[in-house]
Ligand binder design. Structure first.
Ligand SMILES: C[C@@H](O)C(=O)SC[C@H](NC(=O)CC[C@H](N)C(=O)O)C(=O)NCC(=O)O
Ligand code: NI
Length: 146
């Protein structure tokens, strides 16, 4: 068995692509439009990292955008998406400058949590050893609720 993807429904596809691709760094690998079903699926993947050639394709993120607006409630049982990142401070700076809430700042240079436009929690884990504590992150408090 192979883990293929995680699907999240998004209320604004362009805002979600800006968050997941322009800011977080994922790449669109394919998309499917359904006129009959009135929805768009966009599959995103983390850029291939030459340093880590694994046989298994890493799981993708499937964004589902329903053309007819829906209110997505509940889902408390869903926790978060997690990505290993090369430079957690640089990425959090890019996300914050793009208006993203840093729910848990990378105080320890190891782990941070941010939220997508739809409130999906995304965990960022520093690759390798944690980075040295860096201001302003080291003294920042958590933002927002969990
Ligand atoms: C392509 C494959 O990875 C899928 O996940 S298609 C699954 C299919 N998705 C849809 O019909 C999208 C629109 C629908 N209105 C929705 O919001 O899901 C599906 O069966 N979805 C139902 C589900 O529970 O995922
Ligand atoms: Ni799917």
């Amino acid at each position: 068995m192979q883990y293929l993807h995680t699907m999240v429904r998004v209320s604004d596809l362009e805002a979600s692509l800006h968050f997941y691709c322009d800011l977080l760094g994922l790449e669109e690998v394919r998309r499917k439009e359904s006129e009959k079903g009135r929805f768009t699926l966009v599959f995103l993947a983390a850029p291939a990292d030459e340093a880590r050639s694994t046989e298994l394709q890493a799981p993708e993120l499937e964004l589902t955008w329903n053309w007819d607006p829906e209110t997505y409630t509940g889902g408390r049982n869903f926790g978060h998406l997690a990505y290993r990142v090369a430079d957690i401070y640089a990425l959090c700076e890019r996300l914050q400058s793009g208006g993203v809430t840093i729910n848990r700042p990378p105080r320890d240079g190891h782990m941070a949590f941010v939220r997508s436009p739809d409130g999906i929690s995304v965990e960022l884990l520093q690759e390798g050893e944690p980075q040295a504590p860096q201001e302003p992150w080291a003294s920042m408090e958590n933002e927002g609720s969990w």
